[in-house]
Each structure stands twice: as structure tokens, then as C-alpha cells.
Ligand binder design. Structure first.
Ligand code: SF4
Length: 300
């Protein structure tokens, strides 16, 4: 069996994750002790690699036990309370909040001040409970409406949580789908009785990946999408690939591969999320090539 394997050149860590992981490795390689406030990246394999180097991941509420220690704020950012709590506890923070997320946090604070003056509301299109969204909500003391999809928008409208007769400002989590955000914005504009200010806050790196990944997925007979189970961006990009190529399989490591997915002459595209490390994509591509060689040796 002969299979051609191509790794998507644009897949792999985004700039924000590269920066946070590099900073963590710099501290760990210098022999430092480092705690991460939550998973530094939503990818089990990369976490295992960093944990082996000594990184310790804190669960919510565990900062209390870190007085005098060093804790890293990941690219998703944190609400202001985390900074004040760390100050009170004497925890040294290494702030790796992505600059794009920092700008978004500031914009939401400013919009909230504007909306307060006119009785309007701030809406965040994002995954409920996602760390980036919790950090954004924290900028406005939790006083914003989070909508996850068109269904939750409908529910928020019918329950009166969104007041369409008042001004609204809407922002998106950086890793959401541009197409979904566009649909949500259109619906809000359609029903609004007052001004709706739209903020285009999907990360440029994510938005450009969407259009390019669709073309990549169409170009191959089979797509192997690699991402951690808890990656929000992984779910969005996997759905995109599966939408244009029904032969798309989501895996978290090469152990999840099945030889039954491939046929002689197939071209296989390997791609992943903004939280998927490049080394893991390469490992998966090598494992597919081995499947091809073994099948070829057997004469399959
Ligand atoms: S997706 Fe974009 S905004 Fe979000 S952490 Fe990565 S680079 Fe920053």
C-alpha cells in the first residue's frame, strides 16, 4: 500500500501558546520550580512532556498553597482577582497572557464602561466556562452575557437576558469559528431595536487557518486531525474539516490510528489545533507512513 502523507504547514501552536510554552521551558530548564494556573495548553501529550520537565499544573483554588512560589498565567489570561489574590499570597506571577487576549480584555472593559452609561449590555460569543471567557468576564465583574451558539442566543433572547431594545456591544473569544460568529452577529443585527456594535475579535491566526484548513481538507482523501480532547479550538477546526471531508478522523495520539482508514493510493492530510504541538503532528505522520510500509510489505 502506498500512501502520501502531508502535514498542514499552518497547523501547530499559535503565537500565544508558543510564547507561554517557551517561557515555561526557559524557567524549568534553568532549574526553577514552576506552577501553571490551569493547563498551559489543552493537549495531553504536550502536558505530559512539560510535566516530565517539572511543570506542575494547578487546579482552580490551588493557588492558595503557592505562597512564595512562581506561577505562570497561560495565554488565555486570567480575571483581575487572580492578580490580586497572587499579590496577597506572595505568589510571583509570570504573565504569559497572549497580547491579543490582553487587548481584548481591555476592549471589553472599555465597552462595559460605555454600556453602563447608556443601560446597554456586553455580549461575549464564547464557550461557557472556557478559561479565556472566564478571564474576559472577570474584566466586567461577570456582568456580560455569554452565548455559545445560535441555540443559546435564541434562549438568551427569549428569556429576556439580552435586551434588544438597548445598545449592545458584542465580542468573540479569540478561537471561535468566524462563520458561526458571522451568523450570530447577523441574527443580533436583524432583531436589534437599538445600536449593536460588532467587535471583530477572532484571532487573525485562527481566522486565516479556517479558510486555509478547509482547502487542505478538501485536497486529501483522508484527514487525520490531531488535538487534545478538551481543546475548544480543536473541536471547531475538526468540525470544519469533517464538514468538507467526511473521511476525517480526530485522534489525540498516534495510538488512536486505525489502518482501516487508509486505502492504496490515498493522500492523507495531517493537521491539528492551535494547541497541537508540531512534534505530535510529525509523530502521527510517521506512524501513518509506517502503516503504509507494513501493509506494503504484506502485499496489502
Ligand atoms: S489563538 Fe490567537 S489570541 Fe488566542 S492565544 Fe493563540 S495567538 Fe493568542
Amino acid at each position: 500500500m502506498t500512501i502520501q502523507v502531508e502535514i498542514d504547514a499552518r497547523s501547530g501552536f499559535c503565537g500565544g501558546v508558543i510564547r507561554a510554552v517557551a517561557k515555561a521551558e526557559e524557567i524549568l530548564d534553568a532549574g526553577g520550580e514552576l506552577y501553571s494556573l490551569g493547563e498551559i495548553v489543552h493537549n495531553e501529550a504536550e502536558l505530559a512532556r512539560l510535566h516530565a520537565k517539572g511543570l506542575k499544573t494547578l487546579k482552580p483554588g490551588e493557588l492558595k498553597g503557592c505562597s512564595g512560589k512562581t506561577a505562570l498565567i497561560r495565554a488565555h489570561g486570567e480575571p483581575p482577582e487572580t492578580y490580586s489574590q497572587a499579590r496577597e499570597l506572595g505568589v510571583r506571577l509570570v504573565d504569559c497572557t497572549c497580547p491579543v487576549v490582553l487587548r481584548l480584555q481591555k476592549s471589553i472593559q472599555e465597552a462595559y464602561a460605555r454600556m453602563k452609561k447608556v443601560g446597554g449590555q456586553v455580549i461575549i460569543f464564547g464557550k461557557i466556562g472556557h478559561p479565556e471567557v472566564l478571564g474576559l468576564l472577570g474584566q466586567v465583574g461577570g456582568d456580560a452575557v455569554v452565548i455559545e451558539n445560535e441555540q443559546t442566543l435564541k434562549e438568551a433572547l427569549s428569556s429576556g437576558r439580552i435586551h434588544t431594545e438597548r445598545p449592545l456591544e458584542i465580542f468573540s473569544q479569540t478561537t471561535k469559528s468566524p462563520d458561526e460568529y458571522s451568523a450570530i452577529r447577523s441574527e443580533l443585527l436583524r432583531i436589534a431595536g437599538a445600536e449593536v456594535k460588532i467587535h471583530d475579535t477572532i484571532c487573525r491566526q485562527v481566522a486565516s487557518r479556517h479558510s486555509e484548513l478547509g482547502a487542505f481538507a478538501k485536497r486529501h482523501a483522508v484527514i487525520v486531525f490531531v488535538s487534545g480532547a478538551s481543546s475548544s479550538n480543536g473541536k471547531v477546526l475538526f468540525d470544519l474539516c469533517a464538514g468538507v471531508n467526511p473521511n476525517t478522523h480526530r485522534i489525540s495520539s498516534s495510538e488512536d490510528l486505525s489502518s482501516s482508514w487508509f486505502r492504496d493510493g490515498d493522500t492523507v492530510g495531517v493537521c491539528g489545533a492551535t494547541s497541537t504541538p508540531r512534534w505530535l503532528l510529525e509523530e502521527v505522520a510517521d506512524a501513518i507512513r509506517r502503516i503504509s510500509e507494513i501493509a506494503g510489505a504484506k502485499g496489502d
